[in-house]
Design a protein around this ligand. Sequence first.
Ligand SMILES: [Zn+2]
Length: 446
Amino acid sequence: MTTLVIEDAKIIDGNRLTRAYIVIEDEKIKSIGSKPPSHATHRIDAHGKIVLPGLVDGHAHLHDPAFTNREDFTTGTMAAAAGGVTTVVEMILSTPVDTVDRVREKIEEGTRRSLIDFSLHAGMMNQKNLQNIPEIANLGVRSFKTFTCKPYYADDHTLMSLMRETSMNGCILNVHAEDEAIANENLAKLQAARRTDSMAFAKWKPNIAEARAVEKIVDFTKGIDARLHISHMSTGEGVAIVKKAKREHVRVTAETCPHYLTFTRKDMRKQGPYLKMNPSLKGPKDVRALWDGLRNGTVDIVTSEHAPGTREEKEIGRTDIWKAWGGVPAIETMLPVLLSEGVNKRRISLPTLQRVCCENPAKVFGVYPRKGVIQAGSDADLVIVDLKIKRKVRAEDLHFKVGWTPYEGRSLKGWPIVTIRRGQLLYDDGQVVAIPGGAKFLPMVF
Ligand SMILES: [Zn+2]
């Protein structure tokens, strides 16, 4: 049997860093000691470097059979590996994943083509497919997605039905929360004024749209005792509502994404359609509230919300923002952005980063303690990071398919240097060294 030892690493123990020798056997962490073990067949010297659990990305669009020009399981998970992400919960894009057959197809595709272990969200859920929830849950896919707005609008009765059905089956309901009525009202005004510029998009669904929808679904959840997860939260109002709900012991968790922590709508003036995403970017107050939310535990997790569109799908928005693809590539830059803008700029601590990127997402999406933690018995998914490396982001160095990034030219300090999945080297010194086929589907366990 091979024994791999990660030597002289710094790992997080509570709120401090401790020196550790991580012993890996049979894809698992066998032990963690403070001294070198007597026996090792392979060694990786991590001297002076931080070692985190491989990141668990709870929301990334990697594979839609209808849009493999944007991304697929292989390119998306190559990018993930290079970004220190070793587990992904793949999110539906346009092609529904709402029947047992569709879920099985996606599991097969992921197992064949992914480099990292994965789980799946099912959706987009509505009144018609909610009857499939028990069967899908039996396959281990226990996380479902719905919307309070177009393009997958679920009315209030449907939302409550979905909460009841997911709750009865011990599942979690993810909601894209923006108010449909406010969006429709604003869209009518913007269309009447013939607005097609980037800033019009930012006006379409303002803070109040997210606030109203989050408040509504939190209130619905109270009566049903469902497990609610708010996808990609972008506003300070959302943070405040979730904070209050948590004080009242509502079973709600919330996520935000690197782009909502680093850009504001002002950046759209420069990057235009390339920063079009749903929800849209907000203001500096919201950015501060989201970082605060991560620090104080209101915002549970950071997900990449990786949703790349091609250059053509973005460029078309220069003349008409409504025609542009909404979404950005993000899975590979998530960790460097959080190390640089979060840890190195002292907005969050390293233990907070580990909590919101590893431990919490593993717990929220039912793969803990197999993933998201460095402890004996867990999968040996690890990322070695160097907090001191400073490098400019260049799309040509990144691995996802679309060949552009909203961080182009930005200097980031703090990068992953080695990524290991179940004891196997995936990424080393700038190179993805694994090939597809070794991935495992992870049934969610709650
Ligand atoms: Zn999404």
